[in-house]
Design a protein around this ligand. Structure first.
Ligand code: 13P
Length: 258
């Protein structure tokens, strides 16, 4: 089954209204690219509205970097699934390693967030579940054990008919923001294993889930990564803050649509 290439920019706590305008202008000159590669940007949530307005005429999606695991209530500073959906988010990152490491996103919270997103059916929200091992875990040859445990826990209650709303991003923690990218072979090895895991659990609909690689993806390494059989696109941090670089990465993913 042909899987549509997908590139998502994660601005983290960066960006500005000026960058929104700059990136939207850059995409406006690339309608053909946007017809072949699904592109989404997850700016900080307070810039979502600006991004929406700037990209109204463009086939570029918006997303958020996190969501709360509760439907509503006294959770100062947090955003529910309904709030982010009404604000125009189509993608929600869940379980990013920075949130797992620094903001107490335990396996249980990650699973609860994913359940909230998939239970919300008013609008077609898609969840991007982030998984990945630390440098120490890789060194100790625990990579697949760690990733399978993350998948097992987060996806335990997911139903086959929800899979079209699921994306998985493999982001080795040691490659995030470090300039150390996993080699295409290292990344493919993990992606292939994730694909097999999904296929064992759900058959063909599991195998059809888009798998993104993230961790120091740049214009000069994207082509080799996206040439691998099970890497359907990328989750891009630092490079998504630079229009030329981000567009070049999206263009590298275009080869997968042919
Ligand atoms: P970098 O591309 O800056 O390494 O970040 C990757 C990432 O964490 C995307 O979610």
């Amino acid at each position: 089954m042909q899987r549509q290439p997908l590139v998502i920019g994660n601005w983290k706590m960066n960006g500005s209204k000026a960058l929104v305008a700059h990136l939207a202008t850059a995409f406006a000159s690339q309608p053909e690219l946007l017809g072949q590669v699904h592109v989404a940007v997850c700016p900080p949530a307070v810039l979502l509205n600006a991004w929406q307005q700037a990209t109204q005429q463009l086939a570029v999606a918006a997303g958020v970097q996190d969501v709360n695991e509760h439907a509503d209530g006294a959770h100062t500073g947090e955003h529910s699934v309904q709030l982010v959906a009404e604000a125009g988010a189509e993608y929600v990152l869940i379980g990013h390693s920075e949130r797992r490491q620094f903001y107490a996103d335990t396996e249980a919270r990650v699973a609860a967030k994913l359940r909230q997103v998939l239970a919300y059916t008013e609008q077609p929200l898609r969840a991007v579940l982030c998984v990945g091992e630390s440098a120490e875990q890789r060194y100790n040859e625990q990579t697949m054990m760690v990733i399978e445990a993350q998948l097992e826990s987060a996806l335990a209650t997911v139903k086959a008919d929800q899979l079209s709303r699921l994306v998985i991003a493999y982001e080795p923690v040691w490659a995030i923001g470090t300039g150390l990218t996993a080699s295409p072979e290292q990344a493919q090895q993990v992606h292939g294993a994730i694909r097999k895991w999904l296929e064992n659990k759900w058959g063909a609909s599991g195998a059809a889930v888009q798998l993104l690689y993230g961790g120091s993806v740049k214009a000069d390494n994207a082509t080799a990564l996206f040439a691998e059989a099970d890497i359907d696109g990328g989750l891009i941090g630092g490079a998504s803050l630079h229009a030329d670089e981000f567009l070049a990465i999206c263009t590298a993913a275009q080869a997968r649509s042919r």
